[in-house]
Structures are given as structure tokens and as C-alpha cells.
Design a protein around this ligand. Structure first.
Ligand code: MN
Length: 270
């Protein structure tokens, strides 16, 4: 009996979240619990709420056909709440999505969708972050990426390495146009920053943070290249080992020298 915790960063009203829950509920014997933010948190990363209370409103069963809560906090808050308080049974897997828009390459550093999956791994649970290239909001049909997510949950049950995180991106194409699956690495930064200067209604100078697509960032074997060629991209992400070991090895022999410099600096009169 698999039990899934489902969240997202587009908010509990996202049609793509609904499509995902419908597919997961169709797995025989599956129990799905929805704990999702009551508003959008896209591109706000791994924020958590610790200085104020978080509220969780139980939604009518008719909304999702399973237990569901709308939470006043972030996607990561939702995972903490879902795993530790709201879900009445042990969760096998956290599924975050389906995001309205890709989370490719360096997007994963900003994505609330991926942050929720990372939070799951921190709590010792395997997780999938699933994103779709489709972004037509309320009008969109998200059955295809939802079907992909459902299929991958059965594959994922066999992965022995725990806890793991799969970042999944589904091209915005019809089923017949999907050219298979690619296991990929994250691409390099595909953007160039641009700041657009404007003036608000009160005449105050303001800035819009924009990005342009940079040329030549689509290396072979990356998630960027996979979705471009019409494939479902699956990237296993590292969460816990962020230490840069080559730099650590370079720094270690310098420790004595740095320590001496530090002692001299601390002895200097203020
Ligand atoms: Mn989003």
C-alpha cells in the first residue's frame, strides 16, 4: 500500500497538482495526501517559516478525492507538516509538482518544487520533483506529465539507494511526440541576467530582474538537451554532499599558515 505525500509550489489550486493527484489515486491501493501551499511560491527556493505560526486548512474531500490541506507556508513547510503531523500514516514517497514550467539546469537552485523534494530527502524520504514544459495555467491539460509521474513512482519503488531525489522534466508535447526517456546530468546555467529599469505608479524607480537565454549552454547529456529533443529528462540529484572536495584538499595544507595569520590578526590592537 504505497502512501504518497504530494505538494507543489504553484499553490493548491494548480490544475497540474490536480492532474497528478488523480493519477496517483489511480494506483491500486495507493493513499495520497495533499499538503500544498495556499498561494504561489515559484522561484522562492527552500524558504521555511520559523518566526510565525503556519496554518493548515483541511479541504473538502470533494476537491481532491483524498485528504488535502491548504497551508499558509512554503513548499518546504508543507513537507515538514505533511510528514510529521498531517499524514496519518508513514509516507513512502514525496511527489512535488507538477510544476507549471520546466525546472532544468540551475533552475533547481531557485525552484520551490525541487526544494520540497529536497526537504523530503532531508527527512529521509525518497522524492520526485516533476515539472512540465506546459505553462497554459487553468486551461492546460496536464494528464501526460501526470501519467509520467505515476509510471515513475513504480520504477522508483525499486531504487535501493535511500533517500534519493529524481528531478523529472516532461516536454510540452503530445504523447505521440515524446521521444523516450533520458537519464541526464543538470545542464550549466542557461541564462544571462538582465535588469530592466522602470518607474512605478508613484514615480519611484524600480527594477525587474529578467533573464535572457544564453547561447551554447545545451551540452550533450544534459536535461536541457533531453527536453529539447522531446525526451522525458530524469536527473538524480545530490542533496547532502555539497562539500567541494578538490578545494578542500587544496586548502587543508594551508591550515597552519592561515592559523598563524589569523593569530597575528587577532593580536593586532583594535
Ligand atoms: Mn512553480
Amino acid at each position: 500500500m504505497p502512501a504518497f505525500l504530494v505538494t507543489n509550489d504553484d499553490g493548491v489550486k494548480s490544475p497540474a497538482l490536480r492532474a497528478l493527484v488523480r493519477e496517483l489515486q489511480a494506483i491500486p491501493g495507493a493513499n495520497t495526501y495533499v499538503v500544498a501551499p495556499d498561494r504561489e511560491w515559484s522561484a522562492r527556493g527552500h524558504a521555511i517559516t520559523i518566526r510565525e505560526p503556519v496554518y493548515a486548512d483541511r479541504l473538502d474531500d470533494a476537491e481532491f478525492d483524498c485528504a488535502a490541506w491548504a497551508v499558509s507556508g512554503t513548499p518546504a513547510d508543507c513537507v515538514k507538516l505533511g510528514l510529521n503531523e498531517l499524514a496519518p500514516e508513514s509516507i513512502q514517497m514525496v511527489v512535488s509538482g507538477i510544476n507549471l514550467g520546466y525546472n532544468l539546469a540551475t533552475d533547481v537552485l531557485y525552484s520551490g518544487t525541487v526544494a520540497a523534494a529536497i526537504e523530503a530527502v532531508l527527512a529521509g524520504k525518497p522524492a520526485m520533483a516533476v515539472s512540465s514544459g506546459r505553462t497554459d495555467g487553468e486551461e492546460g491539460d496536464y494528464r501526460l506529465p501526470a501519467r509520467v509521474a505515476r509510471t515513475l513512482t513504480s520504477l522508483a519503488a525499486h531504487i535501493p539507494h535511500n533517500p534519493w531525489l529524481l528531478n523529472v522534466n516532461v516536454p510540452d508535447r503530445s504523447a505521440g511526440d515524446i521521444h523516450g526517456v533520458a537519464f541526464t546530468e543538470l545542464g550549466g546555467c542557461p541564462y544571462e541576467d538582465r535588469v530592466v529599469v522602470g518607474v512605478d505608479e508613484e514615480g519611484r524607480r524600480c527594477y525587474h530582474l529578467a533573464v535572457d537565454i544564453a547561447p551554447d549552454t545545451e551540452e550533450h547529456g544534459t536535461d536541457l538537451a533531453a527536453v529539447r529533443s522531446g525526451k522525458v529528462s530524469i536527473t538524480p540529484l545530490e542533496v547532502l554532499r555539497l562539500t567541494r572536495s578538490d578545494l578542500l584538499e587544496y586548502l587543508l595544507p594551508l591550515a597552519t599558515r592561515i592559523e598563524r595569520m589569523l593569530q597575528d590578526a587577532l593580536r593586532e590592537p583594535h
